[in-house]
Design a protein around this ligand. Structure first.
Ligand SMILES: [Zn+2]
Length: 356
C-alpha cells in the first residue's frame, strides 16, 4: 500500500489534540539559553541551535534514565515565578502554532521549588502563564484549550502531597494527575495513597506505564491503582500474539482505555525500534483507543506535525487515521464532556473535512 503524500503545511493546519506532553520537556532552546544566563546556570552550550542538537543527541541514548537526566537544564530555569510564567506562555503559543486545539500539559511541581517557591505558588505561576498564552493564541485566531495534569515523581515520596494539590486546583485549570520518572523499580502501587485520595475526590489520573517496564506495570496501573489512561503503554503488545488479545490487552481495548503513545520518544528510550514498526499502527488497526503525542518536544526534537508526518511517511497512515487518533484523544481527555464534544464537532471534524 502506498499512502498518498500529505505535505507538511497541510499536516500543520490539521486540528490536533495532545494528551501527553511535559512542560519541562518542551521549552524553546533560545529561552533556555536566556533564562540560564539570567540565573547563572551553566549549559552544555549557549548556542540555541547547538543546544537543540545536544538535547536530541543526549536523548537518543536508548535509555530512559539518561533521557530523563537531560531535564536538569530545563528545570534549572523553571525555579522562579518569572521562569514559569514565560515558559508556560511560550508552551501554549508553540502548540497553537503547531495546529494544536486541545492539550493537556503535565509537570511535577515538586521539581520546581528549588528557588523558594511553595508548591501552590508553582501551580499558580504556571496557570497564569498558560492563561496568558491561551489569551494570546485566541487573539491571534488560533485558540487552544490547555488543561493541566500535575505529576508526582514515582521515585520520591511527595505524590500524596501532589495529589492534594491537584484536588485543590481542580477548579483553577488542573484537570488531572499522573506519576512520572523512571519506571523500573518504582511500581505505581507504591503510590496508592495518592491514587485512592484522587479516586475519592473524583479527580481523574493517568499513569506512565508499559514504557520501560512491561505488562505487570500496566496491569497494576489499571487494576490496582485505577488509572483512566496509560502513558505510553507500548508493552501492551506483549499480550497480543498474532493479532489475538490476551486478557489484559482485551481489557484495555474493550474498556476504551486511551494509550498515550509517543513514537519518537519511544525510539529514543529504546521502547520501540522504528516508526514503521512502532506498535501504535498495529494497535490502531486492532481498534485500541490510541492517541498520538509528543512527550517532550525540545528533548525529542519533535512537534505534533512531525509525529504525524513520520507516521504518514514511514507507517502508511492516512488523514483519516490522523483524525481517528485526534478524536480518540478528545474522547479520553480529562476536561468535561460538553467541552470535548464541542471540540470534536465544531473544530476537529470540520478541520479534517476541509483537508480531505
Ligand atoms: Zn511522559
Amino acid at each position: 500500500m502506498t499512502a498518498p503524500r500529505i505535505d507538511t503545511e497541510t499536516l500543520r493546519r490539521l486540528p490536533k489534540a495532545v494528551l501527553h506532553d511535559h512542560l519541562d520537556g518542551g521549552l524553546r532552546p533560545a529561552t533556555v539559553v536566556e533564562l540560564a544566563d539570567a540565573v547563572g546556570h551553566t549549559l552544555p552550550t549557549t548556542d540555541p541551535d547547538a543546544l537543540a542538537a545536544w538535547y536530541f543527541e543526549a536523548a537518543n541514548s536508548g535509555d530512559l534514565v539518561r533521557y530523563i537526566a537531560t531535564f536538569e537544564h530545563t528545570l534549572a530555569v523553571m525555579q522562579s515565578r518569572e521562569g514559569l510564567l514565560r515558559t508556560a506562555e511560550e508552551y501554549v503559543l508553540d502548540l497553537a502554532a503547531d495546529g494544536v486545539v486541545y492539550a493537556e500539559v503535565r509537570y511535577a511541581p515538586e521539581l520546581m521549588v528549588n528557588g523558594g517557591l511553595a508548591l501552590p505558588e508553582v501551580v499558580e505561576s504556571v496557570q497564569e502563564g498558560l492563561a496568558a498564552g491561551m489569551a494570546k493564541a485566541a487573539a491571534a485566531g488560533t485558540p487552544v484549550r490547555v488543561g493541566t495534569l500535575l505529576c508526582g515523581m514515582r521515585m520520591f515520596d511527595r505524590t500524596k502531597e501532589t495529589a492534594d494539590l491537584a484536588v485543590a486546583f481542580r477548579h483553577a485549570g488542573v484537570v488531572g494527575f499522573d506519576i512520572a520518572g523512571a519506571e523500573d523499580g518504582f511500581p505505581p502501587a507504591d503510590h496508592l495513597a495518592a491514587f485512592e485520595h484522587l479516586r475519592r475526590e473524583n479527580v481523574p489520573f493517568t499513569i506512565h506505564a508499559g514504557e520501560a517496564h512491561g505488562l505487570p506495570s500496566i496491569h497494576q496501573a489499571l487494576q490496582v491503582c485505577g488509572a483512566q489512561r496509560i502513558g505510553h503503554g507500548v508493552r501492551i503488545t506483549d499480550d497480543i500474539v498474532d493479532g489475538k488479545l490476551g486478557r489484559l490487552a482485551g481489557w484495555v481495548r474493550d474498556r476504551r482505555i486511551a494509550l498515550e503513545m509517543c513514537p519518537t520518544s519511544n525510539l529514543q528510550t529504546g521502547a520501540a525500534t522504528s516508526i514503521a514498526e512502532h506498535p501504535i499502527t498495529e494497535l490502531k488497526d486492532l481498534g485500541f483507543r490510541v492517541t498520538l503525542n509528543t512527550d517532550n518536544r525540545l528533548v525529542s526534537g519533535t512537534t505534533m506535525t512531525r509525529e504525524m508526518s513520520l507516521l504518514v511517511q514511514e507507517a502508511g497512515w492516512s488523514v483519516e487515521d490522523l483524525r481517528t487518533v485526534t478524536v480518540n484523544a478528545l474522547k479520553s481527555a480529562f476536561v468535561p464532556f460538553d467541552e470535548r464534544r464541542a471540540l470534536i464537532e465544531d473544530v476537529v471534524l470540520p478541520g479534517y473535512a476541509s483537508a480531505l
